[in-house]
Ligand binder design. Structure first.
Ligand code: NAD
Ligand code: WQD
Length: 331
């Protein structure tokens, strides 16, 4: 798992181990801490191997292939802050693309077969129609980060078309939130959180004074933006299904794409009120101007993942918001 010590990677490691897979976590800890690896070990009772490697350094990365036999890899190893990517585009292009290209090259060179890639609903931009299916056209990316996701999908598609013995699956995540119910792993945002739920939990904890709800004048039922919030443990299970599909040979094409979302659009205000209700607290929030670059609404049509991967989002939003708060209280 390249980038396996991160938020989604650590939860995926737990689910893969629970499903009987052996896992090796590879990460340069540029946006994560050993605490996540230790959490995975505690939850699973398995002494999961961890290798500190920058996946952009192909010689260092190669050692993982020399040392471990594995047939499948997941690429999480990317920088993910949309705003930062606008100011530091070269960092994003270099890190996100080089780490993926190195992984593909090494998998090919060592005769390894299956790659799952962390894509994002950001590839759809502002969609004309809801919900979005995998056939919904990708819009031109509005940030270097978004562009790396589009380019990475294309790189994986083209490489899989050229290498007859390899398969790839791109999972387009919607908005992952929440934490493992044990509260031993969760999201570790650095600095001021840019994403909604970490900002909400930090406000509830008194670390931030007040949540700004970015816009209540959108043409949506309550005026705030709508997203498809997917529980991170549910999202993790989609990776187990994707790996199983490729190993089992039930994939129809050598490169496939799946939306990973709940199929339910939830507004910012609904989420805030849900958080207050489920956790029995009052959140200090105010309505603020729209955030530049935000899209108004997007939610997934997950039918293809439901049917082809046999995967469904299971957790309720209430359960997920409770897990997010439980995790925040450990920080
Ligand atoms: P994260 O930052 O918690 O995890 C990414 C991990 O990759 C971190 O542990 C980081 O240290 C590591 N990493 C980065 N560059 C590396 C490199 N060159 N070599 C080795 N390790 C490296 O982020 P996350 O939320 O877990 O996201 C995982 C993936 O999912 C990313 O590709 C991200 O773009 C994608 N994604 C995330 C979201 C989201 O909202 N969290 C949504 C859609 C897609
Ligand atoms: C969600 C909603 C905000 C913070 C980003 C990336 C996307 C993907 C997921 C990786 C929006 C509102 C937020 C706050 C708020 N990541 N909000 N106050 O913007 O949907 O997507 O993360 O691929 O690429 O762009 O997620 O959590 O930032 O925002 O009102 O303090 O919450 O306006 O409507 P977003 P988010």
């Amino acid at each position: 798992m390249a980038g396996g010590a991160g938020y989604i990677g650590s939860h995926t490691a737990v689910e893969l181990i629970g499903a009987g897979y052996d896992v090796v976590i590879v990460d340069n800890l540029s946006n994560s801490e050993m605490r996540a690896v230790e959490g995975v070990r505690k939850i699973t009772g398995v002494d999961v191997p961890f290798v500190e490697v920058d996946c952009c350094d192909i010689d260092a990365f190669r050692k993982v292939f020399e040392q471990y036999e594995f047939d499948s890899a997941i690429h999480f190893a990317a920088s993910k802050a949309v705003g930062e990517s606008i100011h530091k585009p070269m960092l994003y292009y270099r890190n996100n693309l080089t780490s993926l290209m190195n992984l593909i090259d090494l998998m090919h060179e060592y005769g390894r077969h299956n790659i799952v890639f962390s894509s994002s609903c950001t590839v759809y931009g502002e969609p004309d129609k809801q919900p979005v299916t995998e056939q919904t056209p990708r819009k031109p990316a509005t940030s270097p980060y978004g562009n790396t996701k589009q380019m990475s999908e294309d790189i994986l598609r083209d490489a899989m078309a050229a290498y007859g013995d390899m398969k790839g699956i791109a999972l387009r995540y919607f908005n992952p939130i929440g934490a493992h119910p044990s509260a031993l792993i969760g999201e570790l945002p650095r600095g001021v959180p840019q994403n909604l739920v970490p900002y909400v939990t930090q406000t509830a904890a008194g670390i931030r004074e007040c949540l700004s709800v970015f816009g209540d004048d959108y043409p949506t039922p309550d005026g705030s933006c709508i997203r498809d919030y997917i529980d991170v443990t549910d999202l993790a299970k989609a990776h187990v299904a994707a790996i199983g599909r490729m190993i089992g040979g039930s994939n129809k094409e050598r490169y496939e794409v799946f939306n990973v979302g709940t199929g339910r659009g939830v507004s910012v205000l609904e989420l805030v009120r849900g958080f207050e209700r489920v956790n029995g607290l009052k959140l200090n929030y105010k309505i603020a101007p729209r955030r530049e670059g935000d899209i108004m609404a997007i939610w997934a049509d997950p039918t293809r993942a439901n049917q082809e991967l046999g995967w469904h989002a299971e957790k309720t939003l209430d359960e997920t918001l409770a897990s997010a708060w439980k995790w925040q209280q450990t920080l």
